[in-house]
Design a protein around this ligand. Structure first.
Ligand code: SF4
Length: 184
């Protein structure tokens, strides 16, 4: 049954970035090469957990058996009874807006948290070196959109049908699956 497939938050992000990436990773079981950008990201994430403050908890494992959704959450902050879920990033995104794939990851984390721990998240946030932050409100329509995408992702994993490549060819430049994907 499709609902027996566990989905982790990172896979949701990858699905929003390019639907083919979860196909190569989970269905084809291909381990992509690690690009320079990915290695820098891993290095950065290994350092970030030292930066904790009194109302911030970091590196939390969240698992929701009902939705079969799980993974690590970078950080969770409570200010004046409102919860913010956050992710540490190195580089400011284009136009200082949270990119769609990061938003989907954070939204899936919020959905799992609400379902498993009854914690309602109101804000999502990217946090950068030097303390710079980008914060956006999390809406019900964001959650519905992400839940629909998770259902589509599960269906793709179950049926094992390779999705169309991304329409944005600039994403392929640093993709870990570029060598096996582009000749198709
Ligand atoms: S090379 Fe491009 S189309 Fe293929 S998986 Fe990577 S991002 Fe997607």
């Amino acid at each position: 049954m499709t609902n027996e497939i566990w989905i982790n938050f990172e896979l949701v992000r990858q699905f929003f970035y390019c639907k083919r990436i979860p196909f190569f990773r989970i269905v084809a079981c291909v381990k992509g090469y690690s690009s320079y950008k990915m290695l820098k990201g891993i290095e950065y994430h290994s350092k970030r957990f030292h930066r904790e403050s009194i109302n911030l908890v970091t590196n939390i494992w969240i698992e929701c058996p009902k939705l079969k959704l799980r993974g690590f959450v970078d950080g969770l902050r409570k200010v004046r009874n409102e919860w913010t879920i956050l992710d540490f990033k190195q580089k400011l995104p284009f136009q200082n807006k949270i990119p769609e794939h990061y938003k989907a990851q954070l939204t899936s984390e919020a959905i799992a948290l609400e379902c498993a721990k009854n914690i309602k998240v109101s804000w999502i946030q990217l946090q950068f070196p030097g303390g710079r932050r980008i914060t956006e409100e999390l809406t019900d329509s964001d959650k519905m959109r992400t839940l629909r995408a998770i259902a589509e992702l599960r269906y793709m994993l179950k049926t094992e049908q390779i999705p169309e490549p991304t329409k944005s060819s600039r994403k392929c430049k640093d993709c870990e699956y570029r060598k096996i994907c582009l000749p198709l």
